[in-house]
Design a protein around this ligand. Structure first.
Ligand code: PMP
Length: 455
């Protein structure tokens, strides 16, 4: 617990000088900032010693809990050797070992690891690899990217182009490139009133038509497999993923799987593409790659894609992209230890009962609540959508801030959440125990009830 004066000073400086991401700072500056000082297992601990269950894995990245002994030790051991050296013209042991370990668990065909520092950069790199790949192949017409409506791929300009949102990005429009979009089979948003099977058929029919038209110009399909996270937790069946990937491949396009949110066990498999036995040409990893410890990301590529970049220096075929901290040894060492824990603790097998527990509670305790319009889940990723009138599809007003009020109510009960609009996101660390998950669900239920009854 830090002393009172220091705490007051931190609050004051934060209010006066810190600019928080994705935050309306006027609202923020009116409120008391909660300052996290420590973590322990699946809990965050604030400067006053209050404990909060980390219900969204610290923005979807924590995997085995905080202060995981093996990860702490890997970090310290690497710090005793070297914290950073560059991957441009040099290499380092942890980054090399991690590449080997990643490819051992990655879908078949992926053979090269390109490092960066955030999920957005992993996608940015994939987009640029795809664009340059087609250029190098002399297929200069293949410049279009196909994405799903509502998809989110990060906040660099290339990634924002893929996931353009009028509300968030309208001022950036002149800086962005256009993409071709298809509607995912998300019943609630695009196919209201249809069965899941009918929605799937309708989405596939649209995809067939659009891919047929755009086919010769398509560079790549970019997709968050199985669950579109930031859209508001929109799941799609493996059959959809399998079929649009097949259509895109048939049209000659590359497949880019953005597994930044879904990777490392989130959906119940190591990678979400496994649900559809899909081997993408490029796969983007971030978030959970270091167990949620340090900023590291990777873009995995097939040897076929990689080979197109080979040539003599005066041919200028190299991939001219990189960042200062690319392949950082501290992050790579922790990521390596993270993968060892997956194996040693059989994490993927171990989370199956928790996924079932979550499914049952969502069905029996959360879905029947008033104003719960829709409940969606893939593995340990779930979204609970709240509406003023679910039958009529009538949303709450943005000004009502219903989602935010629910998470504040949960915070008062010792659970840390973060909503996506009026979708309450549940995304606990994979290490969450049975009784902790029960607490998470019980608090979510009580908090929803408290707020929607007043709204
Ligand atoms: N892709 C997906 C699917 C994501 O969910 C996110 C982050 N929520 C990103 C990319 C961007 O990752 P980062 O915030 O690390 O840049």
């Amino acid at each position: 617990m830090i002393e009172h004066d220091r705490q007051a000073r931190l609050r004051e400086i934060d209010r006066r000088h810190v600019w928080h991401p994705f935050t309306q700072m006027r609202t923020w500056m009116r409120e008391e900032p909660l300052i996290i000082e420590r973590g322990e297992g699946n809990y965050l601990i604030d400067v006053n010693g209050n404990r909060y269950l980390d219900g969204v894995s610290s923005l979807w990245c924590n995997v085995h809990g905080h202060r995981k002994r093996e990860l702490d030790e890997a970090l310290l051991a690497q710090a005793g050797r070297i914290a950073h050296s560059t991957m441009l013209g040099l290499t380092n042991a942890p980054a090399v070992e991690l590449a080997d370990a990643l490819l051992a668990i990655a879908p078949r065909g992926l053979a090269r690891v390109f490092y960066s520092d955030s999920g957005a950069e992993a996608v940015e790199a994939a987009v640029r690899i795809a664009a340059q790949y087609w250029g190098l192949k002399g297929k200069t017409r293949r410049t279009r990217f196909l994405t799903l409506n509502g998809s989110y791929h990060g906040d660099t300009l290339g990634s924002v182009s893929l996931g353009y949102s009028e509300q968030f990005h309208r001022h950036l429009r002149p800086l962005l490139f256009g993409v071709t979009k298809i509607d995912p089979p998300h019943v609630f948003r695009f196919h209201h009133g249809l069965s899941r099977a009918a929605a799937l058929e309708r989405s596939l029919a649209q995809a067939r038509e659009i891919i047929r038209e755009a086919g010769p110009e398509l560079a790549a399909l970019v997709i968050e497999p199985i669950m579109q996270g930031a859209a508001g937790m929109w799941d799609h069946p493996a059959a959809y993923l399998r079929e649009i990937a097949r259509l895109a491949r048939e049209a000659g396009a590359l497949i880019i799987a953005d597994e930044v949110a879904t990777g490392f066990g989130r959906t119940g498999r190591m990678f979400a593409v496994e649900h559809a036995e899909l081997s993408p040409d490029l796969m983007c990893l971030g978030k959970g790659i270091t167990g949620g410890y340090l900023p590291l990301a990777a873009t995995l590529a097939t040897e076929e894609v990689f080979a197109a970049f080979l040539g003599e220096p005066d041919e200028f075929r190299a991939f001219y992209y990189g960042h200062t901290y690319t392949g950082n040894p501290l992050a790579a060492a922790v990521a390596r230890a993270n993968l060892e824990i997956f194996e040693k603790e059989a994490v993927i097998e171990r989370i199956a009962p928790g996924i079932e527990q979550l499914a049952r509670a969502l069905r029996e305790r959360i879905a029947p609540l008033p104003h719960v319009a829709d409940v969606r889940q893939a593995g340990l990723m779930a979204g609970v959508e709240l509406m003023r009138n679910p039958e009529r599809g009538e949303s709450y007003q943005v000004a009502e801030q219903v989602g935010n009020r629910v998470i504040k109510a949960a915070r008062r009960r010792g659970v840390m959440l973060r909503p996506l609009g009026d979708v309450i996101v549940l995304m606990p660390p994979l290490s969450i125990g049975e009784s902790e998950l029960d607490t998470l669900l019980g608090v979510t239920m009580e908090s929803i009830r408290e707020i929607v009854e007043a709204a």
